[in-house]
Write a protein that binds this ligand. Structure first.
Ligand code: BGC
Length: 418
């Protein structure tokens, strides 16, 4: 039985992740993989957006948009750069961030693992290792002891099902690139199997997923033991899976592969984080890609209605309250984003009017940041970042999003205290 206190007001905000923003994350597995030869990463994250130092400015930008929540991840490699060695100064920084969020009227939503893990953890064999759940839970306890009393929601793992979704999406060549990167990491680290969370060998998908499952349970229990009323869950990558006439069986089969084990796993969680970017449509012959419509900068169709579809599907499957823990668009054309956000939110309004319990909407993301293997070539931000000076410039879509929030939050009196 859950004793969680779900947020009483809808959470409006943005989602971010440490490695993609902070810079200088030198002890993480992803930094290591970005720097081996060959690597599937377009470029290393390097200085990121400089958020490790510039976070007060970023929180101010977020609050100016009228946010009532802010999602960030705690970087395990910063907190525990070597196994069992805790860097208190890293915790100080998260502590200060949480206080500043609260002072700005934003509820902190914390992710305990947003794909990255410490280098020592990956060297040891990553999530499948027998000690991984206990080590992850111990890290969660350290974080909880420091900031757990002031956060609003806890996300254990970010999108542990993403590698599985990529299975059908990535071309064979990319899988070759992933294997070559991990082989290079084995050699460079001098270990038998270097394993990361979001760069996974195709033949190890099952193994890594099973490790994630154990880690989620261990982390959830640890977080609850520290603070039983804190809502805890995980987030999933969710495509809006749509059957065209005759495509129903294919849709069911794909749901089985991508979500079924996670739907079972989250039974007993307090909420489910849904992260939606795209829609997939299935006909009798397989995936059908609509032609002629708008596309994002990665070449996929832009489908604002996909958000509501994903949210409805996950709630129907799990019965859990849903937090939209990510949703966004990769585009260098900000007008496209400015049209996309209101259209997606309209669909979400309808889903809620139909009775789907949605706890909040966190747009991905605040800044144009490091988009994993695509490096800095993708633009998901509400705010542009000058790659030379790291100066932040809010885009027009940030004002559109702020207006959407204002319209739904009601009178100015409800705005967060600044
Ligand atoms: C991840 C983010 C990523 C975003 C856009 C999600 O899969 O959680 O880290 O940047 O999608 O691709």
């Amino acid at each position: 039985m859950t004793t969680a206190h779900l947020p009483s007001a809808f959470l409006w905000g943005a989602a971010t992740a440490g490695h993609q923003n902070d810079g200088g994350d030198t002890m993480s597995d992803t930094t290591f993989l970005e720097n081996v030869e060959p690597t599937v990463f377009r470029e290393p994250a390097g200085v990121g957006c400089g958020t490790w130092e510039r976070w007060p400015e970023d929180l101010d930008l977020a609050a100016e948009m009228g946010f009532s929540a802010f999602r960030f991840s705690v970087e395990w490699a910063r907190v525990e750069p070597e196994r069992g060695v805790i860097d208190r100064s890293a915790l100080d920084r998260y502590d200060a961030m949480v206080d500043r969020c609260l002072a700005l009227g934003m509820s902190p939503v914390v992710t305990f693992s947003h794909f990255t893990a410490p280098h020592w953890f990956a060297c040891r064999g990553g999530w499948p290792h027998a000690d991984a759940p206990a080590d992850f839970a111990a890290f969660c306890e350290v974080v909880m002891d420091r900031i757990g009393d002031r956060v609003a929601m806890a996300v254990t793992l970010n999108e542990p099902n993403l590698p599985r979704i990529l299975e059908a999406v990535l071309p064979a060549q990319a899988w070759g690139g992933i294997a070559a990167t991990l082989d290079a990491a084995d050699r460079a680290a001098g270990v038998e199997r270097y394993r990361a969370g979001n760069v996974v060998r195709r033949e190890e998908l099952d193994l890594v997923e099973a490790g994630f499952e154990r880690a989620h349970i261990a982390a959830r229990d640890a977080i609850r033991a520290r603070r039983p009323e804190l809502p805890v869950g995980m987030s999933l990558a969710v495509m809006d899976e749509v059957a065209l006439p005759g495509g129903e069986a294919r849709r069911e089969a794909i749901i089985d592969v991508r979500y079924a084990r996670w739907y079972r796993l989250v039974e007993g969680d307090d909420f489910l984080g849904v992260q939606n970017y795209e829609r997939a449509q299935y006909g009798p012959e397989g995936v059908v890609v609509p032609e002629g419509g708008e596309t994002n900068e990665m070449g996929s169709p832009v489908e604002p209605e996909s958000l509501a579809g994903a949210v409805r599907m996950c709630h129907a499957a799990t019965g859990l309250p849903i937090l939209v823990s990510e949703h966004g668009l990769a585009t260098a054309d900000d007008d496209q984003r400015a049209r996309f956000i209101p259209a997606a939110l309209e669909g979400l309004d309808k889903a809620m009017a139909d009775g789907v319990p949605v706890l909040g909407y966190l747009h991905w993301t605040l800044l144009d940041d490091f988009e994993w293997i695509a490096g800095y070539s993708a633009h998901f931000g509400l705010v542009e970042v000058d790659r030379e000076t790291l100066e932040r410039r809010p885009k027009p879509s940030s004002r559109v999003y702020a207006a959407e929030i204002r319209a739904r939050r009601g009178a100015p009196a409800e705005q967060p205290v600044r």
